[in-house]
Design a protein around this ligand. Structure first.
Ligand code: ARG
Ligand code: ZN
Length: 407
């Protein structure tokens, strides 16, 4: 009897442990940050999980575990950064969202031929869609097989081209950060549009990688909704994963804070996903003009560099092209993306993908798009926001490509 009891207890615990509950986790929201607050936030963000790209003039949100909450609250008070509790307990919201996604997944099945914009797609569904798209459009589409992730998932991109020799090319990747689920639908929309419009393929060859961090993305479905990093273990630490957007081989900077959400990895390109993307960018430098990484959230169009506020050589062009894109986005439904230098406001980063693509000399134009947030938490737009976000961002990306190829 005792044995049976323990077995049942273990089973119950086991299933509860499989999906992180976030019970008791809080989300704190600060007042809009002053320049003086930025260095503190920068330092705190090495240890705690800030959402939504902190910057001067914007509020920052930080998710804290029950153990970390008093530490972060005391630190914010000490730094005189006023803040409020935005979500007192994340647990129910995570549960509600999970149930909603599961119900939608069952209610809205998809043929691999069509991308879903009424619900989020799992990694396997997205890859099946990429393969199916290539198979169905042999004249236009080809598979860009970048190899395997740490856990052996395929990094499948797609090339869309009219086949003309000497074409310039543009690159888009989505969901290098696992939990940013609103990003892959943007990549899938690009594929839909470029497949349907030969004029877009006359402009350039298009490379699109819908899920740049497949292990992390899958893990955010099965185990932990807010997983950001890769899934490669860190020897000597219980904390798994590297921030892929600190792992690129451009001014990569070491640290050993394995548990940090921005841990840069054991070396530049220690993560196979980043190495694969980086090598592809470098190998195609002759044709590439534009690099875009799609993230969430913040309604931002960020351009290099992330490590210094010194303007990049063509900073004026980078800003001008970004503004054309932001205007095209605003024209759809009034959402105003702000165009900024990544490091403006002293949120310094090293080893980010956009800075690598630009700093390695591969592209003249390089951006990180931070899409809209939404939902109770800000971080999690509900499925009903996929379509509107995609609808407004696509014209902005199209305008960006048109501008950068004309200039
Ligand atoms: N939220 C993104 C990150 O922290 C922003 C990256 C923007 N690019 C940059 N070079 N800082 O990874
Ligand atoms: Zn991100």
């Amino acid at each position: 009897m005792r044995l049976l009891g323990s077995i049942i207890l273990l089973l119950v615990l086991g299933s509860a442990l499989a999906y992180k509950s976030y019970s008791g986790y809080q989300v704190l929201k600060t007042a809009p940050l002053t320049p003086a607050a930025m260095p503190y936030v920068n330092r705190l963000s090495r240890r705690f999980d800030f959402w939504g790209t902190p910057g001067v003039g914007r509020p920052a949100t930080v998710m804290v575990s029950p153990q970390d909450a008093p530490i972060v609250i005391a630190a914010l008070n000490r730094m005189r950064i006023s803040h409020e509790v935005m979500v007192a307990d994340l647990g129910p919201e995570v549960e509600r969202e999970r149930a909603e996604n599961e119900a939608l997944r069952l209610a809205l099945p998809r043929s691999p031929r069509v991308a879903a914009y009424d619900r989020f797609m799992e990694f396997e569904e997205i890859n099946a869609h990429v393969l199916e798209t290539v198979a169905a459009n042999p004249d236009i589409a080809s598979l860009v097989d970048l190899g395997l992730s740490t856990e052996g998932r395929e990094l499948l991109g797609i090339k869309l081209s009219n086949g003309a020799a000497g074409q310039k090319s543009v690159w888009f990747d989505c969901a290098i950060h696992a939990r940013e689920w609103i990003a892959p639908p943007v990549c899938l929309r690009i594929i839909d549009e470029v497949l349907a419009d030969p004029a877009l393929r006359d402009l350039a060859d298009w490379y699109i990688l819908p899920v740049a961090n497949p292990d992390g993305y899958s893990f955010s479905w099965t185990d932990d909704r807010f997983w950001r990093k890769t899934r490669r273990p860190n020897p000597g630490s219980n904390c798994i994963g590297t921030d892929p957007n600190r792992n690129f081989d451009f001014l990569w900077e070491a640290n050993d804070v394995f548990c940090s959400e921005t841990y840069p990895g054991s070396s530049a390109f220690s993560e196979p996903e980043c190495a694969a993307i980086g090598n592809f960018i470098t190998a195609n430098a002759d044709s590439l003009i534009l690099y875009v990484a799609v993230h969430s959230y913040g309604e931002l169009i960020l351009y290099p560099y992330g490590h210094t506020v010194e303007p990049a050589p063509n900073a004026a062009d980078l800003a001008a092209a970004g503004t054309v894109s932001a205007d095209a986005i605003a024209a759809v439904a009034g959402t105003r993306y702000s165009v900024e230098n990544s490091a403006a406001g002293l949120y310094f980063t090293n080893g980010a993908s956009d800075d690598f693509a630009y700093g390695s000399g591969a592209v003249l134009y390089s951006y990180t798009y931070e899409l809209s947030g939404g939902g109770l938490i800000g971080f999690n737009p509900p499925p009903s926001l996929i379509q509107p976000v995609v609808d407004e961002v696509w014209p902005g990306l199209k305008a960006l490509v048109e501008y950068t190829l004309a200039n």
